[in-house]
Structures are given as C-alpha cells and as structure tokens.
Design a protein around this ligand. Structure first.
Ligand SMILES: Cc1cc2nc3c(=O)[nH]c(=O)nc-3n(C[C@H](O)[C@H](O)[C@H](O)COP(=O)(O)OP(=O)(O)OC[C@H]3O[C@@H](n4cnc5c(N)ncnc54)[C@H](O)[C@@H]3O)c2cc1C
Length: 370
C-alpha cells in the first residue's frame, strides 16, 4: 500500500493550492479527483482582486474578461444603477482556472489521480486509510478534505454540517456574440427575486454570460422559476442559447467551527468557508489551502499530527470577520436598493473585495443609514 504525507481529495482551488504548497514544502502529496480534468464546475467564476495576491504564478491566460464596473437592479423597480469603476472582477471559466492551479501543483511535485472517486476514509491513530472506487488503497499521515460541498472527508471526520444554501446557474450564449461585449463592462446583481436574502447575477465571460440565482436557504421549491424570472428581466438574454443549467450547493459560513481532527483537515467548501454576505468562495478555498499546507507541514515536523491550530488560524484569518458579514447581510437585505444607491457603500464593498478593509468596517458604513 502506497503511503503519503498528504492525500488531498478534490482538485478544486482549495485542494490544488494545498497540494502546491505542501509539495513545495517537501511533503509527499497525492491529489485524487473524481472527474476527468479539466472539469466543469457550476460557478460564476468571478475572482475578486485579492485572489491574485494569493497566487505567485501567472494565471492571466485563463482570464476571460476583466470587468471594471458593477450594476444593480431590484425585482420591483424599473431602473438599473450603474457604477463604471467599482467592484472589479476577473472572470474565469472554472474548468480552465482550476486546471491551471492543479497543473501548478503537479509541476511542484504532487501526484495526481483523475477519474477516481474516494469512497472511504478511515481515520486511525497514526494514519488515515483511503479507498477509491476502483478498489485501490493508500494511506496518509494527513487527509485533506478539499472535496467541496458534499465532502466525504467532512463526514468521515464527524465535521459534516449539511449543505448550506442553494443556487441555480447556467451558461447563456447570445446568438450574436457582439452582445457580450456590448454588456460586458459590468457584473450585474439583482435583488428581491428570492424571498429574504440571496441575489441573481449576470457575469460576462468571453463569448457568453454565466447567469444564476442563489439563496442561503437550504431548500427553495420553485428556484428554477425564480431563476427564469430573473433571466427574463434582460432583453439581451432573450432568444439566447442556455447551456449547462444546474443546481448546486453553497456552503455559507454560519459560525467559526472546528474544521480539523488529528489527521483530517478540511479546506474550502468542505469546511463551509463561503462568505455569508457575498457568496464568494474561491478566495477562501485558496487561502485555506495555503494556511492548511503551512500548518500541516509545521505540525507534522513537530508532533506528527495536527492540533487545533489550523482551525484557530482559519477562525482568525477568515471566519471571525464573517460574523460581521452576517450582520451586514441582515441589514443590507432589509433594503438592498437603498444601499446599492449609496456610493459610499459600494466603495466600501470595493475596498472589501480588495481586502483593504473588513466586514466590521462595511458594517459601520451600513449602520450610518440612520
Ligand atoms: C452557482 C455558484 C456560483 C458561484 N460563484 C462564485 C463566484 O463567482 N466567485 C467565487 O469566489 N465563488 C463562487 N462560488 C463558490 C465557489 O464555486 C466555491 O466556493 C469553490 O468552488 C470552492 O472550491 P473548493 O476547492 O473548496 O471545492 P470545489 O471547487 O467544489 O472542488 C471540489 C472537487 O472535489 C471533487 N470531489 C468531490 N468529491 C470527491 C470524491 N469523493 N473523490 C474525489 N474527488 C471528489 C470534485 O469533483 C471537485 O473537483 C459559486 C458557487 C456556486 C454553487
């Protein structure tokens, strides 16, 4: 049976970044991915400006469009509110972006097995035993659960917290490709389509739009009807070709919880690290992969197993501020169209996306309302 320092389940941004950083630190690392790569992932593919501060290689070839502005609308209002120079986003196809990350990990020395599902994870005192769908077995000192919202690793570690919110998204191709350039200068966000919180989005890519709608509720009968109502608001999406419409889970962070045991640590969606206000998850998947690899390397060197340090670091660097994000959500969703008309709020969200400020600062802006 082959033995590894780290076996990483899942080749999304969290898993690949962990593997890249672990391999760079000399750890014998294997990534196991159930799909054939590059694989499609239901996702808006919007990268906030802070993502590039986490990656020290050039991923610009996979950026499909740099979108400098943002626009907002509400279901019950006719007008759209435009900001030409706020909340910039780099748009990627997740298949290509994720493939670029996993290739970096392999170049750094990580081994990769594709088209193979991990079906069993068994944590013992001194190792983790892993079994894959084809009957292969291997062992690891540390198993990294980077396997997304329905993580088998989280279940094996006793850290499963359900699926969180839900979303529906599709790739929409206008018959005339010029339409994407015409409407490609702004990411569009729409509010009031789902009851309570949640929003719809139209993200321009190279030759199409990624269009979706999501909510923090774990169930919402009729979400596809709501999605259709959102799409119908845009004349430029009429008569376009809809591809790959799918529903998926969004594991919003609801509280700072333990996300590792002695031999299993969770990163990204498996650890419920999606921003509870914005739904952003890629930055936090990458960030947790980096923090995870650093902590694992240091703790394996000293104690041969994990303490609670990884969970504490994630709380300190990511989830503690999410508490303020949840409060922002409570206030913002009482009157989205009031807040998105306030330039100072949009400028605060722009600085937040660059990680120049935190949610606690955005909260102060929202509270200035009265
Ligand atoms: C509709 C939608 C839109 C979104 N839009 C955005 C956005 O615009 N910007 C943003 O920042 N975030 C967005 N997110 C969130 C973002 O997609 C996730 O937070 C991000 O993909 C998390 O990365 P990850 O590496 O943790 O997991 P994933 O990207 O989900 O990767 C997990 C990998 O594990 C593999 N896997 C799962 N189980 C197994 C198994 N048993 N064995 C082997 N392999 C396995 C999967 O095939 C997959 O490749 C969106 C999410 C949704 C659902």
């Amino acid at each position: 049976m082959e033995r590894y320092d780290c076996v990483v389940v899942g080749a999304g941004p969290g898993g690949s970044t962990f593997a890249l950083n672990a391999a760079n630190r000399g750890l014998k690392t294997l990534i196991i991915e159930k799909e054939s790569l590059p694989r499609y992932k239901t996702c808006g593919g919007g990268l906030t400006p802070a993502v590039k501060t986490l990656l020290d290689f050039d991923y610009s070839p996979v950026i499909e469009r740099k979108v400098a502005g943002v626009a907002f609308l509400s279901r019950d209002e006719d007008d759209m509110v435009y900001y030409d120079d706020s909340m910039p986003v780099e748009m990627v196809a997740r298949s290509e972006f994720d493939h670029c990350l996993v290739k970096q990990a392999v170049a750094a020395g990580a081994a990769l097995i594709e088209k193979t599902r991990v079906v069993s994870v068994n944590e013992l005192k001194d190792e983790v035993l892993i079994e894959t769908g084809d009957g292969s077995r291997m062992s690891a000192l540390i198993l990294v659960g980077a396997d997304g919202a329905r993580s088998i690793a989280a279940r094996a570690a006793g850290l499963n917290r359900g699926y969180g919110g839900i979303a529906v998204e599709a790739e929409i191709y206008p018959r005339d490709p010029g339409v994407v350039d015409e409407h490609g200068g702004h990411s569009i966000f729409g509010f009031g389509f789902t009851p309570g919180d949640g929003y719809g989005w139209v993200f321009p890519k190279k030759d199409h739009f990624s269009v979706g709608i999501g909510t923090s509720k774990a169930r919402m009968p009729g979400l596809i009807t709501v999605y259709r109502a959102f799409v119908d608001r845009f004349d430029f999406l009429r008569d376009a070709e809809e591809r790959l419409r799918r529903g998926w889970f969004i594991p919003y962070c609801k509280s700072s919880e333990t996300i590792n045991t002695r031999r299993i640590c969770l990163v990204g969606d498996a650890a419920h690290l999606v921003d509870p206000f914005s739904g952003e998850g890629i930055y936090h998947a990458i960030s947790s992969g980096i923090i995870g690899a650093q902590t694992v390397a240091e703790e394996l060197g000293k104690k041969g197993r994990l303490s609670r340090r990884y969970s504490r670091e994630i709380r300190k660097q990511i989830t503690r501020d999410f508490m303020f994000g949840r409060w922002c959500s409570d206030i913002y969703y009482r009157a989205p169209s009031y807040f998105y008309r306030k330039n100072r709020v949009i400028q605060a969200l722009t600085r937040l996306a660059k990680k120049e400020i935190q949610y606690r600062d955005v909260l102060s802006e929202l509270r200035k309302r009265k």
